[in-house]
Ligand binder design. Structure first.
Ligand SMILES: [Zn+2]
Length: 474
């Protein structure tokens, strides 16, 4: 018997589903309201004990076994689900090699260290006289004690070795502290000093809620950088992490939509004000890997972008932009064409919600949850957004501007994987600039035959390597 079969034989899908869904017996099966879509009028969700499977006969039209249910519910990947369910079933996964065993032990130790560090920072924030100003700052941001506790916000003392001595005294080594990035090695290789000093600490958790790294916001005016993250470690990979997902996944599943914002504080404030399907990218360009992780719980993504990001000339030109704004890390936004490709590859629906000028998510949420929800509901598909953005400053009655619109939009249309959708937008462009559709189709095809790279200019500002090919729509 395979490990998977063994786990299935020891766990009952009815029990597992019942943890979160109220089931009623109906003949030999069980029915309930589907936890994966928001219609609560009909109990379209059925669990079949005989086959140990489930199926939604409503909007999802999806089904599977105990593993697929668990993955969908928790947002885990298969490996994480396997480990968790094996543990629940009391099934020993394949005896690990000594190498693997060593690595698992190290991982576990580092996770414990991170958890202890989060507790240490949090206690300083809530009790230390040195954190008085930080507490005032958080009070000004109107964060409640419950929110501060839920996100386990913390404070790092303005000292070089406070954290280090604290954990060395408790039996951790310099190597452990270096391995999670809590201390920084000195240039001469001698034991290091605390990475985070005089900063507001924001623990970063994985989808399972384990602390894998830290974000840290400067508290003094002249402190740089404004945001400092843990480095890449055995536990922490920025490009595969979304801030707040552990707390957001439940509502993401319920409303079948995730909203991606730019900063940690945006997430924390949004959660406090009732928008709990909000996560933040990690100061990297939004990666396909991050979207794949989200795709386990929903296929509907909304990027809530600041007006200056969304409307910035750089975005229009398809360049990644980097900018340092109040309370934000430097946030490169993926290009429109990059997003369209993600959308095709992931079979997802990606929309852009441009926030009103001068307002961040918290300003809007202060006006009311309904105001926020309306902006999110009004988000437009990326391509429509791009159409608006490109044509906004053009006079489409002139030949010159018509040709600019074609030049900028054709490469984008070319990236649409779905042919029906592509045709829809070709028609839209034809109507918009009063040009025959066939001309545009010819243009669309001509680019595919010739070598598109040659026709592009070099980007005018530095871009991340992964965005390079998108970067130079002339
Ligand atoms: Zn469903």
């Amino acid at each position: 018997m395979s490990v998977i079969d063994e786990i299935k034989s020891k766990l009952d899908i009815v029990d597992l589903v019942s943890d979160t869904v109220t089931l009623r017996k109906s003949g030999k099966n069980y029915t309930g309201f589907c936890p994966f879509h928001s219609n609560t009028k009909t109990p379209s969700f059925v669990v079949f004990p005989d086959t140990q499977t489930w199926r939604c006969f409503g909007a999802c039209a999806d089904g599977g076994d105990i593993f697929s249910f668990f993955i969908k519910r928790e947002g885990y990947d298969f490996k994480q689900a396997l480990e968790t369910l094996a543990q629940q079933a009391g099934v020993q996964l394949q005896a690990p090699s000594p190498e693997k065993e060593k690595q698992d032990k190290q991982r576990k130790k580092l996770l414990e260290l991170n958890a202890a560090a989060a507790t240490y920072f949090h206690r300083l924030l809530t009790t230390s006289p040195a954190a008085e100003k930080t507490r005032t700052y958080l009070a000004q941001r109107q964060l409640t004690a419950e929110t501060i506790a839920a996100f386990q916000l913390g404070y790092a003392l303005d000292e070089w070795e406070a954290l280090k001595s604290h954990f060395i005294e408790r039996g951790y080594s310099n190597e452990d502290l270096l391995a999670v990035g809590l201390i920084v090695e000195r240039d001469d290789g001698s034991p290091g000093y605390d990475r985070f000093r005089n900063r507001l600490i924001i623990p970063i958790r994985d989808v399972r809620g384990q602390v894998i790294g830290f974000g840290a916001r400067a508290l003094a005016v002249d402190q740089v950088p404004k945001y400092l993250n843990s480095p890449q470690t055995l536990l922490f990979d920025k490009s595969a992490t979304l801030y707040g997902l552990d707390l957001a996944k439940k509502q993401i599943r319920q409303v079948d939509r995730v909203v991606i914002v730019e900063g940690y504080m945006d997430v924390i404030q949004a959660h406090q004000r009732g928008a709990q399907n909000v996560v933040a990218q990690m100061g990297t360009a939004l990666t396909e890997q991050q979207l794949r992780i989200l795709k386990r719980t929903t296929g509907n993504f909304v990027l809530a972008l600041d007006a200056d990001t969304a409307g910035g000339a750089a975005t229009l030109r398809g360049l990644n932009i980097a900018r340092e704004a109040l309370d934000r890390e430097t946030v490169p936004v993926p290009t429109a064409r990059g997003l369209i490709r993600y959308e095709g590859r992931l079979d997802a629906d990606i929309r852009i919600a441009a926030l009103p000028v001068g307002k961040d998510p918290d300003d809007i949420l202060k006006e009311g949850l309904d105001v926020w929800q309306k902006i999110i509901a009004d988000a437009v598909p990326i391509i429509d957004f791009y159409f608006q953005a490109v044509t906004a400053g053009l006079d489409l009655n002139t030949a010159k501007d018509k040709s600019i619109a074609v030049r900028e939009l054709i490469p984008v249309l070319r990236d649409i994987g779905n042919k029906v959708e592509q045709e829809h937008y070709v028609q839209k462009l034809a109507r918009l600039i009063h040009v025959d559709e066939r001309t545009l189709i010819a243009e669309l095809k001509s680019g595919q035959k010739s070598h598109p790279i040659r026709r592009r200019k070099q980007p005018v500002s530095p871009v991340l390597p992964e965005a390079k090919e998108d970067a130079a729509i002339p």
